[in-house]
Design a protein around this ligand. Structure first.
Ligand SMILES: Cc1cc2nc3c(=O)[nH]c(=O)nc-3n(C[C@H](O)[C@H](O)[C@H](O)COP(=O)(O)OP(=O)(O)OC[C@H]3O[C@@H](n4cnc5c(N)ncnc54)[C@H](O)[C@@H]3O)c2cc1C
Length: 274
């Protein structure tokens, strides 16, 4: 049995496992999808202090995959359905069975807040690779503006529709302003429905009606915390976006992961409860 179970193979979960491996502590990561988590969607990551010219989210994922290989991290591609504490251990339930650990790290990240309409995509990494005519992006934060930069390279026209003044980083707003095929509009969505006989959607909004080929939703995110809600335990650690509220940044997820591994190691080595 590995000492530590980690739920989520995003950057936070992988940073935890790498640092644990450096201490010689074995862990098992559970991942329901692919390595890398949310960062795969990023147009350019520039604030980690190592890539002043920015690095594509997809490239970050390739680096994470290299870490997984280098440290021979154990990843089980299974969704965790339930967690409980029994007999002094955490019991992690997946379709493959029940796995027991002394320490549990929850690095499950967030999921998108959804709009009440069908046909909306929430992750730009899930958009099929092809050229698009007009794309509508709903939201006014960093993610909406980041998605607009990605899609402006793959579309004739991108519209960002937001309810109020943009909340995105001024830096991202400047980049968006420089793209001649992106326009920003203030307004709210009233309806999104498929147009009969066309591979298109009609977006009815308070700023006008638009025929679009793709609608991306970026109106905020909700933490995936349900699995451990109500469990309070010194050996349970939350890492990354799942606990960072609006401060959802890779550097913070990495820091959480590394610190968690250090705390676990000190507990094992010195019985430290700090
Ligand atoms: C468009 C965009 C641009 C961004 N740009 C930047 C940037 O420039 N700089 C920056 O620092 N940050 C940026 N971020 C934020 C950054 O992506 C996140 O802070 C970071 O990826 C969080 O990592 P995490 O490991 O905490 O969570 P995540 O990356 O969300 O990983 C969580 C993982 O847990 C898995 N999981 C969840 N529940 C279960 C379960 N029950 N069982 C098994 N697996 C489960 C998920 O599949 C996922 O792989 C950006 C985000 C977006 C969307």
């Amino acid at each position: 049995m590995a000492l530590v179970g980690i739920i989520g193979a995003g950057i936070g979960g992988i940073a935890t496992a790498v640092q644990l491996a450096r201490y010689g502590i074995e862990s098992v990561i559970f991942e329901r999808d692919r390595i890398g988590g949310l960062i795969r969607n990023a147009y350019s990551v520039e604030n980690t202090m190592f890539f002043p010219d920015g690095i594509k989210g997809e490239k970050v994922v390739e680096i994470l995959e290299e870490y997984v290989r280098k440290y021979d991290l154990k990843i089980l591609y299974e969704e965790v359905r339930a967690v409980k504490k029994a007999g002094g251990l955490f019991e992690v339930e997946t379709a493959g069975g029940v796995h027991r650990f002394k320490y549990l790290v929850v690095a499950t990240g967030t999921r998108p807040r959804r709009l009440p309409f069908d046909g909306i995509t929430y992750h730009v990494a899930e958009v099929p690779e092809r050229h698009y005519g007009r794309v509508l992006i709903i939201g006014g934060g960093d993610v909406a503006f980041d998605y607009a930069l990605t899609m402006s390279e793959r579309s004739d026209e991108v519209i960002i529709l937001m309810r109020s003044e943009p909340k995105a980083l001024p830096y991202l707003q400047e980049l968006v302003k420089k793209r001649s095929n992106i326009r920003t509009l203030m307004g709210q969505v009233r309806e999104i429905r498929p147009i009969n006989g066309k591979q298109k959607l009609l977006a009815r909004t308070s700023a006008g009606n638009f025929e679009v080929e793709l609608v991306l939703g970026a109106i905020g995110r909700v933490p995936n915390i349900e699995l451990v809600q109500g469990i309070e335990d010194d050996n349970l650690f939350l890492v990354g976006d799942v606990k960072n509220g609006i401060y959802r940044q890779t550097a913070l997820a990495i820091a959480d992961g590394i610190k968690t591994a250090m705390v676990i190691w000190r507990r094992e080595r010195y019985g430290d409860t700090e």
